[in-house]
Design a protein around this ligand. Structure first.
Ligand code: 8YV
Length: 312
């Protein structure tokens, strides 16, 4: 049972359908619209029992003495300090599974776009160059090896689609998954050296910061291509840029960046990159399902039922 008397804090803009669903059930206070954040929290903070959204640091948790649950919009919850939540006895939920297909589809799309230069091909035709010259010959995915960094729920969907593209799949992760048919590497540099493509789809946060280091990128090498659909923090972005500029890394298709939405302008001059505005889950169907899961977690919590997708 939900109750409009329950005060919740929204920390950033959410999908319209999600905001409407929250407003129907709860009294929603929008932190991101407050002009004076401190004054706003001083006023509503003591009444808040739930947060919808991310960007939750220990200071925010401390300002909400009655906080019981944080329902994140997204599978990745690296913008939430889970240690502080746990210490304050606050539950945390995310939105897994419902976005697997959308993210996997975008990943394959970015790979084909990079290999076949689809963005440049579009420009070539629009700019009227086709009648005067051939566009060129490029590479294909067929027969290549793709290493997946993080063979989780989304990683497995990417693996299935990569196999449909006639690629060989290998993976790196915290541990070998005995029921998976793909070759497992316990060393990321070794995997990068053996791969044509490296796809990053692991959790962000402190534990994975810059694990795709200069050494990993160098091992991937001049013919290797990197795809990041996870978090910018997993890659040494400066080293990646430098290697892309010098030819030490063959190419990159990037949906995420360290300081998004700011993207280092040096990327704009590179022909061997495809850039995308963090849109892995950005389909109407998937975002609606993510919003519904945020609400389902809050509703379950306040009804005293098991949470559909708890991480803390
Ligand atoms: C974002 C994502 O959450 O689920 C994730 O971890 O990165 C995305 O789905 C989404 O962009 C929310 O704005």
């Amino acid at each position: 049972m939900t109750d409009a008397a329950i005060d919740i804090l929204q920390t950033h803009k959410l999908l319209a359908s999600c905001e409407a669903g929250l407003a129907e059930r709860y009294t929603v206070h929008k932190l991101h619209e407050a002009t004076d954040r401190a004054a706003f929290l001083a006023e509503v903070g003591p009444r808040i029992r739930a947060i919808a959204g991310g960007n939750v640091d220990p200071g925010l948790i401390a300002a909400l003495p009655k906080l019981e649950i944080i329902a994140n919009f997204g599978v990745g919850y690296d913008s939430i300090d889970t240690a502080a939540a746990r210490a304050a006895n606050v539950r945390v939920t995310n939105t897994p599974n419902v976005l697997n297909d959308a993210v996997a589809e975008l990943t394959i799309g970015l790979m084909v776009a990079l290999a076949r230069r689809i963005p440049q091909a579009d420009q070539f035709v629009r700019q009227g160059k086709w009648p005067h010259a051939g566009f060129g010959l490029f590479s294909e995915l067929t027969g290549k090896t793709v290493g997946i960094l993080g063979l989780g729920r989304i990683g497995k969907e990417i693996a299935t689609r990569a196999q449909a593209m006639k690629m060989r799949v290998v993976y790196y992760g915290r541990k070998r998954q005995p029921t998976e048919p793909h070759v497992f590497y316990d060393n990321l540099v070794d995997m990068a050296r053996d791969c044509d493509w490296l796809v990053i789809i692991a959790l962000g946060g402190k534990g994975t910061e810059r694990i795709v280091s200069r050494e990993v990128l160098t091992a991937l090498g001049p013919k290797g291509r990197l795809v990041n659909v996870a978090r910018g923090t997993l890659v040494d972005e400066d080293a990646m840029l430098e290697l892309l500029q010098s030819g030490g890394l063959g190419g990159a298709a990037l949906d995420v960046f360290v300081n998004e939405p700011a993207v280092p302008e040096a990327f704009f001059a590179l022909d061997n990159v495809v850039l995308s505005p963090h849109q892995g889950s950005a389909t109407t169907q998937t975002r609606d399902a993510m919003g519904a899961l945020v609400i389902a977690n809050l509703d379950a919590h306040f009804a005293g039922e098991p949470l559909p997708s708890a991480v803390v």
